[in-house]
Structure formats: structure tokens, C-alpha cells
Unconditional design. Structure first.
Length: 312
């Protein structure tokens, strides 16, 4: 296992709209770029068992800490307004154009875990000209058959947003984060995400815990709670998948852990039933973080699917 362990000690930093963004790259000289997006509460270091194997497979492997996570800046509502998959998509779009594009001319393959998968899907809809394919493992938003062509009554939207903003500011997030860290609730949460408990090691706990201990963590979490709870329907999976379904320009593979208790496999099967062009791959006896829990399977499944893509 240690042979595949990726060290995140050589992070690079990129200035995005005044915010410091942490990122890294392996095998940059390859002409097949992929971009790895972590899930909620994680960072690029969570791809510890994927980065080097993907590089050895011949990819230029970029990884990045989304704004508010990992070693990237953690802005609050007063600094950024809100944090949602629309903002993170803007971050990734600019990263592709400013950092990856000067080196690589080919479209990007984006691979995301959970929240990262949602951001990847958002980018595929927003800038399909930049994205060759996406892999989501899994896709966090429940998918509804309801049409989102019309937003809910707009006169109630502003009031709803105001109420949520006030409640978000009143929640004692600082105390909650303190208790989460000191009562080892993080370890409990990680164990809940993993089916194979032996995979929850000290390195993983440090990866998740370190950003939470930063003094700016609470304000960033407020911005996330506000942003994700007030985002437009156009930023939700149902709308995004419907949009992608119309153009069918960006292939989508969903890798789902059979034993995922955070987002049950039922939702993955529903997506595959509603959108037959979406490829669903189920990994037996694996939980919410297949890429870390069963990294050999995840890496091979991803690599084989990418090789099968047409016109690559």
C-alpha cells in the first residue's frame, strides 16, 4: 500500500479571485489530462491511492482543494457570499483555463468523489467544450423526476434566503466544530462512510481533521450551509442531468459502493434507469469512498472506461 501512497507535501498555490487555492500535478508532461475533485470535508490528499497509479497509467494528474477545503482559503459569507457547486464550478473552470490549458490542449476528464462528482457534473453542463468526460463516485444529489423548468414562486425565494441566512449565522458552528474534533465525532463519521473499517487509518483521520482545526473553518462552513441550502434548482443533479441528457456530449460514468450508507445505491440505480446512456458501475462491499476504500478497483474501472471512450 505504501508504494501507492501519494505525498501532498509539494502543493502548489494559485490565486483565484484573491483566494489562495492549493493544487498539485503529477506526470504533467502527459497529453491526457485528468482532474481529481474531492468530496465534502476532504481535500486533494484524499486521492492518496489514486494520483500516482493514474500517473503511471499515462495521465497528467491534476488535483485541487476546492475553495473552503483542505489547504485552500476558507472564506466566509462576508468574503464570498456563499459556497455552492456553482461557485466551485467557476473555480474549476478558471483553473482549467488558466493552469491546465497553457500546458494541455485536450479536453479534461474530471473525476469526483461525492461533492466533487456534483461539481464535475456542474462543469460538464457549464463548459462542455472543456470537458471530455466525467466520473462521479457517487453523485450526492437525490434525483427527482420533477421538472425544474420553472423555479418556485420567486416572491417567496428572497424571504426564504433571508431566513436561511439569519439561521446560518445564529448556528453556533464554532462550538459544533470544537465538539466534533475533541469528541472524535469525525472518526465516527469516517467509519460510517467506510464499509471496510480497517481502511480508516491515522493518515485518513489527519486528512479530514486538519482543515477543521483551522480558525477560518467555521466561517467557511457557514458559507457552505448557506450556499448549498439556497442554491438554484439549476445547480441540482436533476436539472444538470436533464441538461446533459439533451446534448449527450459529455460521457458520464458513476461508480457506486454497494454498501454506501450515506447515499444508498438505490439513487445510483435510479439515475441509470432514467438516463440509459449513463454508465453505472457497482463495487461490491464498498462504501461511500470507493476511490480510497477499494482504490485498485476504482483506478482500474476508471482507466478501462476512459480507454473505451470514442474519439479520444
Amino acid at each position: 500500500m505504501s508504494l501507492n501512497l501519494f505525498s501532498n507535501n509539494n502543493l502548489k498555490y494559485w490565486n483565484w479571485n484573491g483566494f489562495k487555492i492549493a493544487w498539485n500535478v503529477e506526470n504533467q508532461e502527459s497529453n491526457i489530462p485528468i482532474l481529481l475533485l474531492h468530496g465534502f470535508g476532504a481535500s486533494s490528499a484524499h486521492w492518496r491511492f489514486n494520483i500516482l497509479p493514474f500517473a503511471e497509467m499515462g495521465y497528467a494528474v491534476y488535483s485541487i482543494d476546492l475553495l473552503g477545503f483542505g489547504e485552500s482559503d476558507q472564506p466566509g459569507i462576508n468574503n464570498v457570499g456563499k459556497l455552492d457547486n456553482g461557485i466551485w464550478c467557476d473555480q474549476i473552470t478558471d483553473f482549467i483555463r488558466e493552469v491546465i490549458r497553457p500546458i494541455h490542449s485536450k479536453k479534461i476528464i474530471i473525476i469526483g468523489n461525492s461533492l466533487g462528482g456534483l461539481v464535475a457534473l456542474t462543469c460538464a453542463v457549464a463548459v462542455p467544450e472543456e470537458v471530455h468526460a466525467i466520473i462521479a463516485s457517487p453523485l450526492p444529489d437525490p434525483v427527482s423526476i420533477e421538472s425544474f423548468k420553472n423555479e418556485k414562486k420567486r416572491r417567496y425565494q428572497k424571504l426564504k434566503i433571508l431566513i436561511i441566512k439569519i439561521l446560518t449565522k445564529l448556528i453556533p458552528i464554532e462550538i459544533i466544530l470544537f465538539l466534533i474534533v475533541n469528541l472524535k465525532i469525525i472518526q465516527f463519521g469516517i467509519n460510517s462512510a467506510y464499509f471496510k473499517k480497517t481502511n480508516v487509518d491515522e493518515t485518513l483521520i489527519k486528512i479530514i481533521t486538519k482543515p477543521v482545526k483551522r480558525n477560518t473553518a467555521s466561517r467557511a462552513l457557514r458559507a457552505m450551509l448557506f450556499g448549498m441550502s439556497t442554491r438554484s434548482n439549476k445547480l441540482k443533479s436533476s436539472y444538470l442531468l436533464d441538461n446533459l441528457n439533451k446534448v449527450k456530449k459529455v460521457p458520464l460514468l458513476i461508480i457506486w459502493g454497494e454498501k454506501d450508507t450515506f447515499i444508498p445505491l438505490f439513487f445510483g440505480k435510479r439515475i441509470a434507469n432514467l438516463y440509459p446512456w449513463v454508465k453505472l458501475k457497482i463495487v461490491p462491499n464498498s462504501g461511500h469512498c470507493v476511490h480510497d476504500e477499494d482504490y485498485h478497483k476504482f483506478n482500474n474501472i476508471s482507466h478501462e472506461w476512459i480507454k473505451e471512450l470514442k474519439n479520444f
